[in-house]
Design a protein. Structure first.
Length: 455
């Protein structure tokens, strides 16, 4: 049988010969997405084969050993790889917890890692079929903030008709699945409506900072309270660091007549969506709050918790399935009209930035350990990173930054700035005009100058 060259990765591992300690590799496969262990292949993917007597013994003993030690059923087969006889052990994702000698392992890249601490807690919870926000908590209904509950009832009228008429708080929580089968409040109920969620979850708050540089911090505020309070107060904390202008070309109708539309540095609806997603998708097992850093030219939104399989950073930019770490938090925010439930939030964010002529937001995931997720948004499209994406050379980038500071540039100034000939300067400037980055002013040759396009 002919094989393509196989390489060691997250789902594939090689061993020259069998040792019982390799059961932890199979445990890691079962605890992640499954995988294949090849016996008779060295670390570089080069087959060395297994002697016939040893091979037959392994083919007989391995299936029973794996079933008895790990309580999973493998597919063990003899294969021919580049002329050598090897053994292939295929393991499917178990869907339940598979320990080896009392410890739990996971496959991360090409390494097998023992799960400990927060990562182990998150793994055990996920494999139990329960969600963190649905677990019961020792709390009394008196710990809930009635004003927030009334606010929710008002916001949810469109998606939950007649909800405003519900006077019994416990019955309302039950309808929202915020009370468990034993009639206990869930963690979600305290986070959403609690008077003081930090009494139970110390890191259930949001930190907003105004940064001049990475180390030059101008202002910091910690925003506490339940998630509805955090949501609104976080939006306001960011707005105080932003600029706003009036778009006189578009008029919006209000009860009092027509009014001008406010244009902020960033689309506020997108910022609200990002904040809401951070609050409901945060991994509350982690020891860090949500962290938002406002710079002169960008804002970063960080929260703990990597994307849930099968979501990837790239899939967030297209239609994608809904995967929710805290589905109860997400559903209540959905009923309140704060978020959509069908995975359209990231698409909405991207669309709003495009409509305002701003760079597309960046989504960055760190997968190691419990993982984290960061959203980067930029104030204008004329930053170095975006300009490189547009295909500009270093001379043109230098000129754009010059115009951002000085307001305009002439052909002669371009020549002096970049040390090129007039012919090269003319070609570079013309390309910047064609890409709608510069706009040319002036009629006579000596009067021509270039400014940033407002498109």
């Amino acid at each position: 049988m002919k094989y393509k060259t196989i390489k060691e990765n997250q789902n594939t591992e090689f061993k020259v010969s069998w040792r019982d300690e390799y059961l932890k590799v199979l445990s890691a496969f079962a605890n992640s997405k499954g995988g294949t262990l090849y016996i008779g292949v060295d670390d570089y993917g080069k087959p060395v084969g297994i002697p016939e007597s040893q091979r037959k013994k392994l083919l007989e003993s391995l299936p029973n050993k794996i079933r008895n030690r790990l309580n999973i059923t493998p597919m063990v087969s003899e294969e021919k790889y580049k002329g050598f006889d090897i053994i292939k052990i295929q393991i499917d994702s178990a869907g339940f917890r598979v320990p080896f000698e009392g410890k739990f392992y996971n496959k991360v890249g090409s390494t097998v890692q023992e799960l400990t601490g927060l990562e182990l807690s998150a793994f055990l919870l996920e494999k139990s079929g329960k969600t963190w926000d649905g677990l019961p908590i020792e709390a009394d209904i008196d710990e809930l903030d009635i004003d927030t509950i009334e606010l929710f009832k008002t916001l949810a009228q469109k998606r939950l008709p007649h909800i405003e008429q519900e006077k019994d708080v416990r019955l309302l929580l039950s309808k929202l699945k915020l009370i468990d089968d034993d009639n206990k409040l869930t963690r979600a109920s305290i986070l959403l409506f609690g008077k003081d969620p930090r009494k139970h979850f110390f890191t259930a708050y949001t930190r907003v900072g105004r940064f001049k540089t990475e180390i030059d911090i101008l202002d910091t505020v910690d925003i506490e309270g339940n998630l509805f309070q955090q949501f609104e107060q976080t939006v306001e904390a960011i707005k105080k660091h932003l600029n706003v202008r009036f778009d006189t070309s578009v008029k919006e109708y209000s009860i009092g007549g027509f009014s001008r539309r406010d244009i902020w540095d960033y689309p506020l609806d997108a910022i609200r969506e990002i904040i809401a997603n951070a609050l409901i998708h945060k991994d509350y097992l982690d020891t860090s709050p949500i962290q938002i850093k406002v710079y002169d030219d960008k804002i970063t939104f960080w929260n703990s918790g990597k994307l849930l399989f099968p979501l990837t950073v790239e899939s967030l930019k297209t239609e994608h399935p809904v995967r929710q770490r805290n589905p109860l938090l997400a559903s209540v925010f959905y009923y309140a009209g704060i978020v959509e439930q069908w995975g359209s939030g990231t698409l909405k964010i991207i669309r709003l930035f495009r409509e305002q002529g701003l760079p597309e937001p960046e989504f960055v995931e760190k997968k190691e350990g419990i993982g984290d997720f960061t959203v980067y948004i930029y104030k204008d499209r004329f930053n170095v990173k975006e300009l490189r994406k547009m295909g500009l050379n270093e001379r043109q980038i230098k000129a754009v930054l010059y115009v951002k500071e000085k307001g305009k540039i002439t052909n002669k100034e371009y020549q002096e700035l970049t040390q090129v000939s007039r012919q090269t300067a003319t070609r570079d400037l013309q390309e910047l005009v064609e890409k709608s980055i510069f706009i040319m002013h002036g009629a006579a040759k000596r009067e021509i100058y270039y400014q940033l396009s407002q498109k």
